[in-house]
Unconditional design. Structure first.
Length: 328
């Protein structure tokens, strides 16, 4: 090879290396965007669960679609690469859904569209051609639903506790949650559904899960799912993964209440920021937290910045878990 060609090849390699380093640096310096998708614009309402996380590289993850995403054609969704589901209860899997935002009240949204037996989650994952990532015995159940709808069951994928899966720039793992995880007979068909309904029981699909997401800018985020206080919140989420942003359920009765959730944040995980979720109340009015609510109790008890998940309002977090845009 001539000297000119050597110089040309070297220049090409240097250019490629420079582009790679620039891209890596941009990802490291970028922010993770978090957009809640609730029933009413600019509010945190009674059954709001859903959030979209966007990595600096553009990878988009929908978490717990539930009832407040208006199906796969909801204009707020955009492209979705991954769908996460903490457990199969109807308010998370989606037994019904809104037709459009701002219907009914914040404390009593309208859910006129039935989505059983398939579920809002499966319909979204199918149309978006997104990977559906869950733990325990949920992948087989969800894969069967994808197949029944004409989709590819292999798009429902398992991540066990301690294992991980990387999609785009995001590494996903599951962590234990303390809750129940029974499939309502409404999500089943045929004689089995009828028998279970008559008996008043549901089908168990393994333990529920939380998630730890590690984004390309270094941000580690814990999604609690429906859970009580667990030892893993200290030993795994804090000690091993060092989560800096937490999405914490505060709804009481069904999950940690506001004071229990505050203990998890203040004493076990100690993140840089927290987003409350699953409040089971119309927590805001005019975008402001209402006094006397569980959300207000949690906000006042927590020792780190609390960012209220107002529907449609995007929050942006750096790699250290600090909110840098869209903050309260």
């Amino acid at each position: 090879m001539g000297q000119g060609r050597l110089k040309s090849a070297s220049a090409g390699l240097l250019l490629a290396a420079g582009l790679f380093l620039t891209t890596a640096a941009q990802a490291a310096d970028g922010v993770v965007k978090v957009t809640p998708l609730g029933s009413h614009d600019g509010e945190f309402c009674v059954l709001d669960r859903a959030m979209v996380f966007e990595d600096p590289d553009g990878t988009r993850i929908l978490y717990d679609a539930g009832r407040t995403v208006a199906g796969p054609d909801d204009p707020r969704l955009g492209d979705i690469d991954v769908v996460l589901l903490s457990h199969v209860h109807g308010d998370h899997l989606g037994d019904k859904r809104i037709e459009k935002v701002n219907q009914g009240g914040c404390g009593s949204p309208e859910f006129p569209v039935a989505t059983t037996p398939q579920s809002n989650t499966v319909e979204i994952a199918l149309k978006k051609q997104a990977v559906l990532v869950t733990g325990s015995e949920m992948p087989a159940f969800l894969g069967a639903k994808l197949k029944a709808a004409g989709g590819d069951p292999s798009m429902s994928q398992l991540v066990r506790f301690g294992a991980s899966k990387t999609v785009g720039g995001v590494t996903i793992t599951t962590v234990p949650a303390v809750h129940s995880n029974g499939v309502s007979p409404a999500f089943l068909t045929g004689a089995l559904s009828d028998h279970l309904s008559e008996a008043g029981v549901s089908v168990y699909v393994g333990p529920p899960t939380g998630y730890v997401l590690t984004f390309s800018n270094g941000l580690v985020t814990y999604l609690s799912g429906d859970t009580g206080i667990t030892a893993e919140q200290k030993l795994v989420v804090h000690d091993h993964y060092a989560a800096k942003l937490v999405v914490m359920n505060i709804g009481d009765t069904y999950t940690t209440g506001p004071t229990e959730a505050a203990y998890v944040i203040n004493d076990l995980i100690k993140p840089a920021s927290v987003i409350p979720s699953h409040a089971n109340e119309p927590a805001t009015e005019g975008g402001k937290v209402k006094s006397g609510t569980r959300t207000a109790t949690f906000r006042d008890a927590v020792q780190v910045p609390v960012h209220i998940p107002l529907s449609g309002r995007t929050l942006a977090f750096n790699g250290m878990g600090e909110c840098v845009a869209g903050c309260d």
